[in-house]
Design a protein. Sequence first.
Length: 332
Amino acid sequence: MHKICVIEGDGIGKEVVPAAIRVLEATGIPFEFVYAEAGDEVYEKLGVALPEETIETALECEAVLFGAAGETAADVIVKLRHILDTYANVRPVKAYKGVKCLREDIDYIIVRENTEGLYKGIEAEIDEGITTATRVITEKASERIFKFAYELAKDRKKEGKEGKVTCAHKANVLKITDGLFKRVFYKVAENYKDIKAEDVYIDAMNMYIITRPQTFDVVVTSNLFGDILSDGAAGTVGGLGLAPSANIGDEHGLFEPVHGSAPDIAGKGIANPTATILSAVLMLRYLGEYEAANKIEKALEEVLSLGLTTPDLGGNLTTMQMAEEIAKRVEL
């Protein structure tokens, strides 16, 4: 029995999470779903966006499946990542048949350091009209994110992938912070002689994910760079509606779609559940349920290839109807 903390959150989170739960239940794996609250509506009701009860539930469960947060995102999902110490943000970038993509052979993973950088939120107004933000890069956090990236590339190599890690940075300008980041990258690389190592400037990397995305396997970068880069990468494989993510630490896992709460379509039942379902697939792999994860991904691929999708992908199904199409193939 896997005990999962479920936080639907705001907007379309309340639609895509139930869709993912339906698909998870179709696997026949015994789950205990423990529902908890967080987000804008909770803030309006309780005066706090992330209640202590929710934090306690998240810490008690094997994993957290999260939907979306609106204006309170920084106080909910960013805070939750820190509390759970999920230092690795994993964002697959993969082309699926039936989805309009830049290329059909795109299949790589962006690993983003999740705990420091500019997202530490150390800002100040030092004078009228003058503000600062402090960028924090440490050897300890850099080393563990690089080890994570290399281990991921090592696992992918066993599955027939290239076995390469690309470090994206800006050490030519940010000489101290990214200088440390780059040095630690190659220091860790010494322990993984069977994995190729390369580094690329982040601005060039922004171009390469468009001009040669098929050349990447595992890309690792810092917090802000990774956030920006992965959203751009999602655009090459169909958009944020198909972009899942995993936040993984040594003791906890937090799984969420990359898209936000999408208030413009919330409540209409047309939100694309793919990103959340793929996030659930990542959760299953984290839990060691590889067979079920592969079965869901295969069913999803079939549904996408047949055009049984929500309106954003040219289909005419509702969020739950698309989930049902996937679930019934999982149940076969």
